[in-house]
Design a protein around this ligand. Sequence first.
Ligand SMILES: [Zn+2]
Ligand SMILES: [Zn+2]
Length: 155
Amino acid sequence: MSNYYNATICENGHTISHNNIVGEKFCEICGAPNISCCPSCGMPIHGKENTSGFVSAKKYIVPKYCYNCGQPYPWTASALEVAAAMIYEDSSLSESEKTKLNDSLPDIVSETPKTRLAGIITKKLLPSAESFTADALKQFIIDFGCELAVKLIMK
Ligand SMILES: [Zn+2]
Ligand SMILES: [Zn+2]
């Protein structure tokens, strides 16, 4: 069984600490409040893995969804909201294209059985969007997409 250190992350997704030692209430980078527990269920946010008393050497990746209640953490929720708003502002995409793109977002963020499909849909639709929207969505995919989605869409 593996266990985890508690992480402190700001509401915009900056890692403040992934191994417990923290006291700061606000993020030094963006000024947002820091949280150590899921705002929906109160369970601690996982930091790095604790491997027999040592902090794992693996690179820390900020979790996107709560392992206990399945709700997106605040940084994931904001990123999804912003991406959806950009899609709806686009004047080149049809309504059905906007819906398809928007419905693909959660499967781009997390690897699910639908990620491959979401990646193909997104890759097909991006050239129909205004270049401003397409660029912003590509940045969203680089920042928040799971590895598979990044591979499918960006190459
Ligand atoms: Zn921050
Ligand atoms: Zn939760």
